[in-house]
Ligand binder design. Structure first.
Ligand SMILES: Cc1cc2nc3c(=O)[nH]c(=O)nc-3n(C[C@H](O)[C@H](O)[C@H](O)COP(=O)(O)OP(=O)(O)OC[C@H]3O[C@@H](n4cnc5c(N)ncnc54)[C@H](O)[C@@H]3O)c2cc1C
Length: 417
């Protein structure tokens, strides 16, 4: 029995022959969609190739942000000013929605609006960050304030950065406990969760679909693909549009409360302006430092990344040189060629994915909106619906260009760009 089975009463049960809605993937996207459709009275089945939450949704860094990466200028050039604003607003909607949802459903997952310190890795990056904050468009202000290098010790027990900025609306969550709460909501709403049941193929038949899985075939009126960084051959069209990228975390041994307070005096989560960003925070129980990033050129076992992450962590916090690392892990996120998440429908099949490493709020929100669309609700429509989902003729799902790209970004970070 897997972990989700023990904790949530989810059995590796048999697969039904029919569903109104079949959802492939039991992470935040799939479960938020399932809660919505099951509560809307649709017979909902969620299948996952592994255990529920085996993907990124139980092992991420737990930083909850507004998450849309491109700026208004970049979006306006492509989609017009009005649509660009609406796209950025969706990031804010997602951040607000997840906070309300967790409160409404009483999910005990240590959700805290702690704010984020975003460290500048050089003076130029600090200037750029300050300019960005000063020129935030009306109605899209983040409420961020700059932190000068001389004041940085108030935010972080390190002189590594050249100052930075605080983004007060960023929150933190215990990712696995949040996932566990979503799983409970989906189960209580009547969704059937079938684990260790990979979907192998989707065929359109009449007004519905026949989906072949490891546990037999199921007929469904609607299908949602919610596989993000683990998107495989089931929908080749999607596979060509998402770039799977590994990211890794180490956890220190338990540290005493005074030491954690010295590292992170305000209790905020941290990221930085590097291209190969480091992200870190105190663990939800406040006893360890969790430090994450992408440090190797190629995908590797987490054990191979751990020493390099330790080096990075101790460059920022030399006072941790004597501290042991007790855990390490990693997972695969999905980037896209336009740095935007995508949700929509193709060939009748719904999808939501491509959160570019920041999916805690976006995955939950776009999953929920996808569920609303299936229920025929107007509020299910989002500013991202129907955006072109770019592919490249030279890419079929294997990111052969990742090592040179990581190498290039590493060089830029070293050169201080
Ligand atoms: C180390 C790490 C740190 C991160 N830190 C943060 C952070 O701090 N903040 C943030 O916002 N985001 C973070 N993320 C990203 C975030 O976790 C993801 O964007 C989010 O969890 C995506 O959720 P999802 O439901 O779309 O996909 P996942 O949770 O990855 O779930 C996809 C599921 O699909 C299943 N699947 C795949 N193929 C099939 C198939 N054929 N049949 C059945 N099932 C299938 C997989 O088994 C998997 O369980 C991090 C990710 C990692 C790995």
């Amino acid at each position: 029995m897997d972990r989700a089975s023990k904790e949530g009463g989810i059995a590796d049960g048999p697969l039904s022959a029919f569903a109104d809605v079949l959802i492939i993937g039991a992470g935040y996207t799939g479960l938020a969609a399932a809660v919505t459709t099951a509560r809307g009275g649709r017979r909902t089945v969620v299948v996952d190739a592994a255990s529920a939450g085996w993907g990124c949704s139980t092992r991420n860094g737990g930083q909850v942000s507004t998450s849309i990466k491109p700026t208004l200028g970049q979006l306006a050039r492509k989609f017009g000013h009005k649509r660009g604003r609406r796209i950025l607003m969706e990031g804010r909607n997602a951040r607000r929605w997840i906070e309300d949802f967790i409160a409404r459903e009483k999910i005990d997952c240590d959700f805290r609006r702690c704010g984020r310190f975003h460290g500048a890795h050089n003076a130029r990056a600090l200037e750029k960050l300050c300019r960005q904050i000063d020129s935030e468009p009306d109605g899209l202000e983040s409420g961020a304030w700059p932190v000068a290098r001389g004041e940085q010790r108030g935010e972080i027990g390190s002189d590594f950065y050249h100052g930075g900025a605080v983004f007060p609306h960023v929150a933190s969550v215990d990712p696995a406990r949040y996932h566990h709460g979503l799983l409970r909501c989906a189960k209580n709403a009547g969704a059937e969760i079938v684990t260790h049941c990979a979907a192998h193929g989707i065929r359109r038949e009449g007004r519905g679909f026949t989906v072949a899985t490891a546990r037999g075939t199921l007929r469904a009126r609607e299908v949602v693909v919610a596989t993000n960084g683990y998107t495989g051959r089931v929908v080749p069209w999607l596979r060509r549009r998402v770039i799977p990228v590994g990211t890794y975390i180490i956890a220190t041994e338990e540290l005493d409360a005074a030491r954690i307070k010295e590292l992170l005096p305000t209790g905020r989560v941290v990221t930085d302006t590097r291209k190969l960003v480091y992200y870190y925070r105190a663990s939800p129980d406040g006893r360890r430092l969790l430090f994450g990033g992408r440090v190797l050129l190629k995908e590797s076992a987490p054990m191979a990344s751990a020493p390099r992450l330790f080096e990075a962590m101790t460059r920022i916090f030399p006072q941790l040189k004597d501290v042991r690392v007790t855990h390490c892990w990693g997972g695969t996120v999905a980037f896209t060629f336009d740095a935007l998440p995508h949700c929509g429908r193709r060939g009748g099949v719904h999808y939501a994915m491509g959160y570019c490493g920041s999916g805690v709020s976006l995955a939950s929100y776009f999953g929920m909106r996808t569920g609303q669309k299936i229920l025929g609700l107007r509020e299910g429509e989002t500013a991202l619906d129907g955006l072109p989902f770019p592919a490249r003729f030279w890419y079929a799902g294997r990111p052969w260009f990742l090592a040179p790209a990581v190498s290039f970004h590493r060089w830029r970070d070293r050169m201080g760009w």
